[in-house]
Design a protein around this ligand. Structure first.
Ligand code: APR
Length: 293
């Protein structure tokens, strides 16, 4: 047999196990759950990584607490911190999908993706080519806007122009309340689409892959506990998080395969995905997808 590159030959057992599962062609209803960690390599900071996370870098707004920048009540009283942040963060075309985003699009191309639940508002899944039908932006998106008081829709482009160019919160044409883009703030419900699809998706899922999230925000963080007991759960993340922590204690091991159902591989999700795809001989398709975005 052709000698495999050393990286493949001594790939960690956890990655080998995942590759074996995906190569078995047995998993056709994969649910993916992602958070800000999958967009860090695209140049977008996550929220909670100490030092670099967004919540450690909001000093200039002197907020009562970091999450206030995305808090509905706070926005009504003082929209300026969010307006300032949004004008800096507004997803334009300055960020490209990562290898991990392209891996999700590749799973869809191979007919293996049931749904991807992203907590991110950067729209990189859309740019990576994941179809709208296969994706749920659990914490909303910037494409449309509405009033935070009477919920009346407001033109998304006009909202962007006022926030980014005039650096102020748009006022609702009906009730004069503050308008914001349709990203989900703390204190707000998730999009109906989430509630409509999640119950059936977790019942139908035959494999769950969680990447780049601290699993700290409900209700999305409950998804790993909602899939069937016989649904294997994979975690590609820098650290062990949420329900994957065995006996509530963070395992210090770099990776483990919990005999029942969990496989954890610690590290950069792009590196884990790239190693996985090289074991599956999917790297060419992956690179092609990623370079076409
Ligand atoms: N590869 C793998 N994991 C990574 C990487 C990377 N390159 N970079 C960061 N991570 C991990 C971090 O270790 C952390 O566990 O991704 C996780 C990111 O967690 P958070 O910063 O808390 O982001 P997220 O889980 O998406 O936050 C959830 O909180 O503020 C709200 O609405 C906001 O959607 C957001 C929600």
């Amino acid at each position: 047999a052709p000698t495999q590159p050393s990286s493949i030959a001594n790939a960690p057992q956890s990655i080998k196990s995942v590759a074996k599962m995906l190569a078995s062609n047995k998993y056709k209803k994969i649910v993916v759950l992602t958070g800000a960690g999958v967009s860090c390599n695209a140049g977008i900071p996550d929220f909670r990584t100490p030092g670099t996370g967004l919540y450690d870098n909001l000093q200039k707004y002197n907020l009562p607490f970091p999450e206030a920048v995305f808090d509905l009540g706070f926005y009504a009283r003082n929209p300026d911190p969010f307006v300032q942040l949004a004008s800096e963060l507004w997803p334009g075309l300055k960020h490209s999908p990562t290898i991990t985003h392209s891996f999700i699009a590749l799973l869809e191309q191979k007919g293996m993706l049931l749904r991807t639940y992203t907590q991110n508002i950067d729209m990189l899944d859309v740019l990576a080519g994941v179809s709208e039908e296969r994706m749920i932006e659990c914490h909303g998106h910037f494409r449309t806007a509405s009033c935070t008081v009477c919920s009346k829709p407001f033109d998304g482009e006009e909202c962007k122009r006022i926030i980014v160019e005039e650096n102020r919160a748009p006022s609702c044409l009906s009730c004069k309340g503050h308008v914001k883009p349709d990203i989900v703030f703390f204190g707000e419900g998730l999009p109906d689409r989430f509630h409509r699809l999640v119950k059936k998706d977790v019942r139908d899922a035959d494999l769950l892959i969680v990447m780049g999230t601290s699993l700290m925000v409900s209700p999305v963080c409950q998804i790993p506990d909602m899939v069937r007991r016989d649904c294997p759960r994979i975690l590609f993340n820098r650290e062990l998080v949420g329900t994957f922590c065995r006996d509530g204690v963070k395992s210090r091991r770099k990776s483990y395969s919990n005999k029942e159902r969990d496989i954890f591989h610690a590290g950069d999700c792009d590196e884990s995905v790239r190693l996985l795809c090289s074991l599956l001989d999917w790297d060419e398709e992956l690179d092609e997808l990623n370079s076409s975005t």
